[in-house]
Design a protein around this ligand. Structure first.
Ligand code: F6P
Length: 542
């Protein structure tokens, strides 16, 4: 199947030509929407979330055509194949069963294996949280250091930060990912070896950054006074390669398993989320999973027309492929969701940043948009200028949490007001005529600078509160959005060969950087790379 040959695709393109110049402010205007009903018609709930799609450049007809596209592209069959545990990642010959990790259904694939590993995690987390698991000098654990990168870092870091208000105040959680030693060094300044538990998380257990940081942390703990034979009190590993974990020196009993049917960027629901469980406790971890399972149920059961992940995906395709927009801004009006944009960058761009279809032929349309973002209101004082008055159309996902997770008064209404006001202003804009009035008599020349094009689309996702369940639903919403888009683009969202290439090339250059003085890297590289290596080698030399 190719997207551009589907009848619904040509119908959508024709429909775009009809409505491209229509304005959202007119669709909302009382003359066209007297009741008014637009907000109500385009606001939907599911899986515990409420989403207002009304400020998008769509009519009922647009959504009808988009859902027809999803149907024609076989989205439902692709969705069912994922839940059933079929090989949906054919280039690696694997299933993608992150949904099974959070399913409560005993007939879900691998249910027993998953339950057994969860029970092991729970028992371990309780021991640590109750102070029964002690470091080499007999003190309870006070610092968790999660060492991992990509999917072995971004998900747990994002969730731990988001649920900080539920964290055990006695246990601080740190994340080290970058091979830049500055990352680990800064964490070492805040912890002490006697009360530190390191979780080395790596699906492969061969990732350069993770193994380098893990070795450095082990050396630091030993140099701080921990006898080698007591290291097992300070290190656990999470991997789909348990033999390699043991080879690294982690005790067999301290190995938590994930499986090759869990993709790295979809893995926070597995033992990869151990840092989350240690921080907020097993009950909250279970609630996170239950929230995601609720969104999965909605995704499976709701008709395409009212299906939240499907609509999120279709709007993404509408803007990316038909309006040719390059990026999507994710703007959580929540400091707790600070790391959501970077988490979504990996989820969406590593999954769908592909040019080959499943059959190996080139895609006919642009795939993954660039995902970027910052929490509001900070972004308003940085890049929102461009959103309002720049020439580029950038659709926005606003995310708002209706009740605060802190007790400070006088903040939350201001935060929410800014979120809602931005979506309103971006939608309405300000016409030249309105701008002339704002400029005032004699200052009409200012009008072009004071006018805003408006018609800038946005979606507003509402969480009643930042509970583990609501957060789980939010993450699953985006995971399933990615799957729907992959089905329409007919690509495999579960491999990442582009990243693998970088890993291989990095090793070659590293060997040249560390080669003995006098050895020649010039013949192996282009002249620019060879000169960079030579310059760095001169300063790197001991
Ligand atoms: O960045 C590439 C990647 O393979 C990601 O997909 C993965 O999440 C990350 O590296 C870490 O890999 P691992 O968990 O095997 O260390």
């Amino acid at each position: 199947m190719t997207q551009e040959t589907l009848p619904s695709w040509s119908a959508l393109r024709a429909h775009y030509e009809q409505i491209r110049d229509e304005r959202l402010r007119d669709w909302f205007a009382p003359a066209n929407d007297p009741a008014p009903t637009r907000a109500e018609r385009f606001t939907l709930g599911g899986g515990g979330l409420t989403i207002d799609f009304s400020k998008n450049r769509v009519t009922g007809e647009t959504l009808g055509l988009l859902t027809q596209l999803a149907r024609d592209a076989g989205v439902e069959a692709r969705r069912d194949a994922v839940f059933a545990g079929d090989i949906v990642n054919p280039t690696e010959g694997r299933a993608a069963l992150h949904t099974a990790l959070r399913s409560l259904d005993p007939s879900a694939p691998h249910h027993q294996q998953i339950a057994a590993e969860r029970a092991k995690m729970t028992a371990f987390a309780n021991q640590v949280r109750e102070g029964k698991w002690r470091g080499y000098s007999g003190k309870p654990i006070r610092h968790i250091v999660n060492i991992g990168i990509g999917g072995s870092d971004l998900g747990p870091k994002m969730v731990c930060h988001a649920l900080h208000h539920l964290a055990d105040p006695q246990i601080s959680t740190h994340f080290v990912s970058n091979v830049d030693g500055a990352d680990l060094s800064r964490v070492l300044e805040k912890i002490d070896a006697e009360t530190t538990l390191a979780i080395i998380v790596s699906k492969t257990f061969t990732t350069l950054e993770t193994m380098t940081n893990a070795r450095s942390l082990r050396d630091w703990i030993v140099h701080s006074g921990c006898p080698e034979e007591e290291l097992h009190r300070h290190f656990v590993g999470v991997s789909a390669n348990p033999e390699e974990v043991v080879r690294f020196g982690i005790a067999k009993d301290n190995v938590f398993e994930m499986w090759d049917w869990v993709g790295g960027r979809y893995s926070l629901w597995s033992a990869v989320g151990l840092s989350i469980m240690l921080s907020v406790g097993p009950e909250n971890f279970d609630a996170l999973l239950a929230g995601a399972a609720g969104m999965d149920d909605h995704f499976r059961d709701a008709p395409l027309e009212t299906n939240l992940p499907v609509l999120m995906a279709l709007l993404g395709i509408w803007y990316r492929d038909i309006f040719a927009s390059q990026s999507v801004l994710v703007a959580p009006y929540s400091e707790a969701l600070h790391y959501l944009p970077s988490y979504l960058q990996q989820l969406e761009m590593e999954s769908n940043g592909k040019s080959a279809r499943l059959d190996g032929k080139p895609v006919s349309e642009a795939t993954a948009a660039i995902i970027w973002g910052e929490p509001g209101t900070n972004g308003q004082h940085a890049f929102f200028q461009m959103l309002h008055q720049g020439p580029t159309l950038i659709p926005i996902d606003f995310i708002a949490v209706l009740t605060p997770e802190h007790r400070l008064v006088g903040h939350h209404a201001k935060l929410l007001a800014n979120c809602f006001a931005q979506s309103e202003a971006l939608m309405l804009g300000r016409t030249l005529e309105e701008a002339r009035k704002v400029a005032g008599p004699g200052k009409e020349d200012l009008a072009p600078h004071l006018s805003f094009p408006g018609n800038r689309p946005s979606t507003t996702i509402l969480l009643d509160a930042l509970t583990p369940a609501a957060l789980g639903a939010l993450i699953a919403l985006y995971e399933q959005k990615v799957l729907v888009q992959a089905a329409i683009w007919n690509i495999n969202p579960f491999d990442q060969y582009g990243v693998e290439l970088g890993k291989v090339l990095g090793k070659v250059v590293e060997a040249d950087l560390e080669a003995a003085a006098g050895s020649d890297a010039a013949g192996k590289h282009d002249s620019s790379t060879a000169a960079l290596i030579a310059r760095a080698r001169a300063l790197l030399a001991p």
